[in-house]
Design a protein around this ligand. Structure first.
Ligand code: OFO
Length: 164
């Protein structure tokens, strides 16, 4: 049985993952609007993965006999200055989520909950990849700056993203 402290910490993280999904979906349609369909497809995939993250936590909580409690999802932004501004927000958001996962892991450890710690180890590793992906895109964008052909090439490449 899961403790009430860990149960509310997990419910909070579920909300953050659902917000991530919402934010990236909003960003996907902003990219769609400016004609960068590859980046848009990349973000739609990212949005789906965030929903899967939320569901991993939901299933764990339910399997452990906890109460799943959904709360309101904050309204995401729907426009950005330019593609670089958008991906800088992705990186900043992922850094925030990494900190949140680490804090959640600390709660699971403090509550002496071994199954939750094992489940959360997947998230700890996943966050390394999440930050790396955003940082790599920013670094590619920095290199190409305003070269329109290179921007379109990068967009094409992003459209080929496979699910991880
Ligand atoms: Fe769920 O990893 Fe991004 O936010």
């Amino acid at each position: 049985m899961i403790t009430k402290t860990l149960e509310s910490a997990l419910n909070l993280q579920i909300n953050k993952e659902l917000f991530s999904s919402y934010l990236y979906l909003s960003m996907a349609y902003w990219f769609d609007g400016i004609g960068l369909k590859g980046a848009s497809a990349w973000l739609k995939t990212q949005s789906e993965e965030e929903r899967e993250h939320a569901m991993k936590l939901v299933e764990h909580l339910a399997d452990r006999g906890g109460t799943v409690e959904f709360s309101a999802i904050e309204k995401p932004k729907n426009s950005w200055k330019d593609p670089m501004d958008a991906f800088q927000e992705v990186l900043k958001h992922e850094q925030f989520i990494t900190k949140s996962i680490h804090d959640l892991y600390a709660v699971a450890a403090q509550e002496n909950d071994l199954p939750a710690q094992i489940m959360l180890q997947w998230f700890v590793s996943e966050q390394v990849e999440e930050e790396r992906n955003a940082a790599d895109i920013i670094s590619n964008m920095t290199r190409i700056q305003n070269h329109e052909t290179a921007v379109l090439q990068l967009d094409h490449q992003m459209g080929k993203r496979a699910r991880s």
